[in-house]
Design a protein around this ligand. Sequence first.
Ligand code: FES
Length: 106
Amino acid sequence: MVKITFIDSFGQHRTVEAEEGTTVMENAIRNGIPEIVAECGGGCACATCHVYVDEAFLEKTGKPSEKEEDMLDFAYKVQPNSRLSCQIKVRPELDGMTVTTPDRQG
Ligand code: FES
């Protein structure tokens, strides 16, 4: 299992155990993480699963695809470390990763 910590916009930390091969978004929904909406269910079509990835893990998560980049244009308060969490696959290298959620989605 891979540990991922979600920090909400109030600074509250929640750590979940994520299974390899699932997405960061799926683990957020499964664990009732607030501030992740995931309206489209992981289809890279809504941008409501937006997170900020801890700089230390940015390289390990890989680069967003062109489709993800296009969808990020619709996300709220986009930063250089913004990603759509449904597009980040859980891998062992991501163990200990922290992602922060924006105070609103969409
Ligand atoms: S869940 Fe819709 S883009 Fe990620």
